[in-house]
Write a protein that binds this ligand. Sequence first.
Ligand SMILES: [Zn+2]
Length: 367
Amino acid sequence: MTRMLVFSLLFSLLTLNSHAKYTHEAYYVYGKQNLSLFAPYKELSIDHVSSSGFEVYGPKGLGQFIARINVRAVSLTSATRVQTAKYPSPENVAQRLKIATSKYPNIAQMTSIGKSVQGRDLWVIKISKNVRVNDNRPEFKYIANMHGDEIMGREIMTLLVEDLLTNYGKDQYITQLIDTTQIYILPSMNPDGAALAQRGNANWIDLNRDFPDFSESGNNKNTLDGRAPETQAIMKWQAQHQFLLSANYHGGAEVVNYPYDTIGDKFPLYDLVRGLSVEYATNAPYIGASKVFKNGITNGYEWYEVNGGMQDWSWHWYKDLQLTVEVSNQKYPDPSTTTYYYQQNRKALIAYIARVHTLNQSRMIRR
Ligand SMILES: [Zn+2]
């Protein structure tokens, strides 16, 4: 039996819809040269490729497949569970955000844009002067923790919410930013995954492979059908706004990733996205100083191909320019390092929000 056939048979038992990517099993495969053994399988998610190897996620049977093709690999699932106990639960995070926003009712609003598989709210914090008014001031958004086991982005976003709110009326730059911008922050897109210390949602779906993929016939329509509830919530939310600039936060590397992820073509606004990436990495010194990525940035597709990712989806259908920021080499760094990561990213986070005005005024993006 050929390798392809073996895996297809294992996989076919689990195929519930054509484009979902399942994450029941997770491995770190040693040796970048082994990538070619996994890349042909559309049912697998590859992530965080480096010179030493890469992560691979897939449905049940992935471990058997790896054993059969005889490559050196280690299971990832058990290692992360120990670390996660030290991080706050999704409920604790929500409570903390509620406390922060309730102190500033004129500039902060906490809204649920939908529910996870297990019924947890997907909380968005809007920060803006006259927060209850939706007007034509530019809209910006941050999304973190779409991979449940990549936790530092969620922590950074929680700190950013508190930082922005407490500095309103004190810090002139932040005050002006809140007065002139509609800022939206979703600290955890995958609270179930965070609670379970797993990449996928509670149904094991990889949310960053679950968006419409313009490059794939059969999945190149911007429709909700067959997608995870978390993905659907983002899609509906996006459709209701005019986001012009955004970023989504991951862990497992330290780099700013710019589009495209899906195809090798040069991005239409290449100089702009590359410039924004360099600026972010420079403002977040530990990323800019990367020894792995020159200037702390990479093009997504050059690093590894992603199909069904949120970054390319937001640009392709909405002309919402999105970067992907990988904030920590470890997915669960010691919780005491949270402040370090926040301080290292703080300038970059704030400056990047302000860039929505550059885009808005330049009219570089035409919808
Ligand atoms: Zn990720």
